[in-house]
Ligand binder design. Structure first.
Ligand SMILES: NC(=O)c1ccc[n+]([C@@H]2O[C@H](COP(=O)([O-])OP(=O)(O)OC[C@H]3O[C@@H](n4cnc5c(N)ncnc54)[C@H](OP(=O)(O)O)[C@@H]3O)[C@@H](O)[C@H]2O)c1
Length: 212
């Protein structure tokens, strides 16, 4: 398979890339620091256009929209400035949409799949308060995935949305529940199982349906 993974330079994205390569797949990683096959800041439309040109004519079997930020971690009720809202939505929502839009010809050519790494914090049923920006952005990414699943069914493209677990990365912190290896192993199994029969699903890394 040819797999494209955004945010492939560290964390869960890097670990998924490593596991796919170990299994013999071709991975095109993207990173904004120039350390991967494609240089992509997911908030930058010009870099999306350059990626589309670089990958033109290369069918993509699986697109993993993984790049994300959690910029309001630990903020209190007084501390949610507009700039952080804008930057978070540009990355976690617009960035996901632009990535999918840029690679749609490649995905159509392969009748590929799209997976979006959202979060349990996207769920309306899980509302302990706080982290308003991150929660809202991940909820929007979930909504985006659910609606794309409807529209892309006619192209034979399945779309799944996933909670990767609470993972020991720079974002999750060292006391998180699971390692990036455990998260990636579970997610790769979920992506394999995704089909037009399950398109629009919202699932956890270990295979449980997630409440919306
Ligand atoms: N860790 C958890 O517990 C957890 C839980 C739920 C959901 N998630 C989600 O899982 C995904 C991966 O998280 P992680 O834990 O691996 O986080 P991480 O270690 O902080 O890595 C985040 C990745 O996203 C990239 N990124 C951020 N902004 C970007 C931009 N504008 N353009 C391109 N790449 C960008 C980062 O690149 P740079 O190195 O350039 O910053 C990095 O590669 C995220 O979507 C996150 O929201 C994580």
């Amino acid at each position: 398979m040819h797999i494209v993974i955004t945010g492939a330079n560290r964390g869960i994205g890097k670990t998924m890339s490593d596991q796919y390569r170990m299994a013999g797949h071709t991975v095109t990683g993207t990173a904004r620091d120039g350390s991967a096959q494609v240089t992509l800041d997911v908030t930058d439309p010009a870099q999306h256009a350059a990626m589309a040109e670089q990958l033109q004519g290369q069918p993509v079997d699986l697109l993993v929209c993984n790049a994300g930020v959690y910029l309001d971690k630990g903020h209190d009720i007084g501390g949610y400035p507009a700039g952080i809202w804008a930057q978070s939505f540009a990355t976690n929502v617009t960035g996901v949409f632009l990535t999918i839009q840029s690679l749609l010809p490649n995905l159509r050519a392969a009748r590929g799949k799209i997976v979006i790494i959202s979060s349990q914090m996207a769920s309306d049923n899980h509302a302990p308060g706080g982290s308003y920006i991150y929660r809202a952005s991940k909820a929007a990414a979930l909504n985006l995935g659910r609606n794309l699943a409807t529209d892309l069914r006619q192209d034979g493209i399945a779309v799944g949305i996933y909670h990767p677990g609470w993972v020991q990365t720079d974002m999750g912190g060292s006391v998180a529940d699971i390692t990036a290896e455990e998260a990636a192993t579970g997610l790769l199994e979920r992506f394999e199982a995704l089909s037009l029969d399950t398109t629009g699903c919202f699932e956890t890394w270990d295979g449980q349906p997630h409440a919306y």
